[in-house]
Write a protein that binds this ligand. Structure first.
Ligand code: FES
Ligand code: FES
Length: 160
């Protein structure tokens, strides 16, 4: 973290979706505030805002994290990936394609967090069985009840 010129406010230096960013802490208390309100990255959703729904899930240094419970100053020097950073130009990430192919979304509100949690699940080697996938994904709730389709999508990536 760096002190600003007047030393009256602090900046957070981090990488977001591969880009170095310096963000004045300002009113941002949480990483979710920082992403949505200061960087305009609205892919991470504010659902419950208290750690219960998973809609705000992002990756921090490759690990899924609830951005609504992560203090903004705690991400200084770290690598954050949001749903906006997953595709490569026009080419969707394989997990994004799998969600589409398996009809794994309805309203889409939970989808960014679900996809990032699913990417981390496969990368962690936790997608070996339906049970282990369910366990890994248990913190990401879907009010539209698309969980079976998400399971199928994750399975298709883990064992194509
Ligand atoms: Fe963060 Fe619900 S908005 S867990
Ligand atoms: Fe609607 Fe999950 S697709 S909340």
């Amino acid at each position: 973290m760096t002190a600003g010129p007047a030393s009256s406010r602090l900046d957070v230096d981090l990488r977001v979706n591969g880009e170095p960013r310096r963000v004045p802490l300002g009113a941002a208390v949480t990483l979710l505030d920082l992403l949505r309100d200061q960087l305009g990255l609205t892919g991470a959703k504010r659902g419950c805002d208290r750690g219960e729904c998973g809609a705000c899930t992002v990756l921090i240094d490759g690990q899924p994290a609830l951005s609504c419970l992560t203090l903004a100053d705690g991400v200084d020097g770290r690598e954050v990936v949001t749903i906006e950073g997953l595709a490569r130009g026009d080419e969707l990430h394989p997990m994004q394609r799998a969600f589409l192919a398996h009809d794994a979304l309805q309203c889409g509100f939970c989808t960014p967090g679900q996809i990032l949690a699913a990417v981390a699940c496969v990368e962690a080697g936790a997608a070996g069985t339906d049970e282990s996938i369910r366990q890994w994904m248990s913190g990401n709730l879907c009010r539209c009840a698309a969980h079976p389709q998400m399971l199928a999508a994750i399975r298709s990536i883990a064992a194509p």
